[in-house]
Design a protein around this ligand. Structure first.
Ligand SMILES: *Cc1c(COP(=O)(O)O)cnc(C)c1O
Length: 393
């Protein structure tokens, strides 16, 4: 049996009729940029997460860049984050001109260790970016308490955690801003790139909306006024969200970006969002089977904090002899993945930051041991059993 790490074709087949219909509708409508599907999906996603504003963008990386910029973070600022994550978390901090400051992770949950944050705070620190890695929430109460004490902003990197809960509260509502990715392999994925910024702060939302489209038009003007403490009225037009025929389009107020969620992706995500809770529940069901059947092996299974309801973006095992394990699983047709082989403080590109091996012992230890096995919702019980047997053998 051959089992991939994720099977996007299986998901497509399960909802093909709806996806084909909405895709065709967008194509024949010829409304490809912004428009009804985008604004409706933003509304539906905001409602799903439980926030006032959802601002869609081109991908999760751009969501992080714009979130940082909307909070005024830039040149010379320091931002605290984890080294055990996808590169974009730190890359975006660098991209806005700030410096990522790494804090080691907890050995059990792989999330940033709140007890090690305060020693890294300086007069330049402006924000903390916790990552809900593999779909399990970081310890947000502790993180928010530190942030409050030191007057820092909190940006949740929720790219792997859509639908996840912490102490009964939704991921995405736990900081000043949160960022999501709709990359096809994420728990909620589109047919290409997509991303979302969410916040309940009106001003952050206005600046983010302006930055997404060249800092122009009504939002650009409002964002300019906000950033410069100006209180005068702004010019408005009807259908100002229509970026194709908007008369305010060529009036620019900020240096921004061009990063929008395509209408066709929004239409696809509107079909998928109502299935998300069921898909995440199935991931938890599969994880439970793995937990039970693998607990008597010499592998370490994931530790979930009682306060968390994870969404298992990945099911991560740890092995003393990872390379041997992975090659044997490959022989048996079970795909695996290594997340993450190089912690970010040891990436070549960050040599200039001056970290060395031994600085983040937990992240380094994990980087030699962790690997992912298939956990996508369309996995059948028969496939799960096959994977368990292959691992046990
Ligand atoms: C996927 C991911 C991103 C970036 O999202 P893209 O849509 O690929 O740009 C950022 N952070 C984390 C933790 C991710 O997993």
């Amino acid at each position: 049996m051959n089992i991939p790490l994720i099977d996007l074709k299986a998901q497509y087949k399960s909802i093909a009729e709806d996806l084909d219909r909405v895709t065709k509708e967008v194509l024949s409508s010829a409304g490809y940029i912004m428009g009804k599907n985008v604004t409706e999906f933003e509304k539906e996603f905001a409602e799903y997460v439980g926030v006032k504003h959802a601002i869609s963008v081109g991908n999760g990386t751009d969501a992080l860049v714009i979130a940082l910029k909307s909070l005024g973070i830039g040149e010379g600022d320091e931002v605290i984050t984890t080294p055990f994550t996808f590169f974009a978390t730190a890359e975006t901090i660098s991209a806005v001109g700030a410096i990522p400051v790494f804090v080691d992770v907890e050995k059990d949950t792989f999330d940033i260790d709140p007890s090690k944050i305060e020693e890294k705070i300086t007069s330049k620190t402006k924000a903390i970016v916790p990552v809900h890695i593999f779909g399990q929430s970081a310890r947000m109460d502790e993180i928010n308490e530190i942030a409050k004490k030191h007057n820092l902003k909190v940006i949740e990197d929720a790219c792997q955690a859509v639908g996840s809960k912490y102490k009964g509260r939704n991921i995405g509502t736990l900081g000043d801003v949160a960022c999501f990715s709709f990359f096809p392999t994420k728990n909620l994925g589109c047919a290409g790139d997509g991303g979302m910024i969410v916040t309940s702060d009106d001003d952050i939302a206005t600046i983010a909306r302006a930055l997404r489209t060249h800092g122009s038009g009504e939002n650009g003007q409002k964002a300019y006024n906000l950033l410069n403490n100006i209180t005068e009225e702004v010019a408005t037009v009807q259908n100002a969200d229509d970026t194709v025929y908007n008369p305010l389009k060529y009036y620019n107020y900020l240096i921004g970006y061009n990063t929008r969620l395509d209408a066709i992706q929004a239409a696809i995500l509107r079909v998928k969002l109502p299935h998300l809770d069921r898909w995440n529940a199935r991931r938890r069901e599969i994880a439970k089977i793995y937990d039970e059947k693998l607990k008597d092996t010499n592998l370490v299974t994931p530790v979930i904090k009682e306060e968390n309801e994870p969404v298992y973006h990945m099911y991560i095992l740890q092995s003393e002899d990872r390379e041997a394990m992975l090659s044997k699983l490959k022989e048996k047709g079970v795909a695996t993945g290594v997340y993450y082989p190089v912690p970010l403080h040891l990436q070549k590109v960050y040599k200039n930051l001056g970290y060395k091996e031994g600085d983040m012992p937990v992240a380094e230890y994990l980087s030699h041991r962790t690997f992912a096995i298939p956990v996508y919702p369309e996995l059948t019980d028969e496939q799960v059993d096959y994977i368990v047997d292959a691992i046990k053998k």
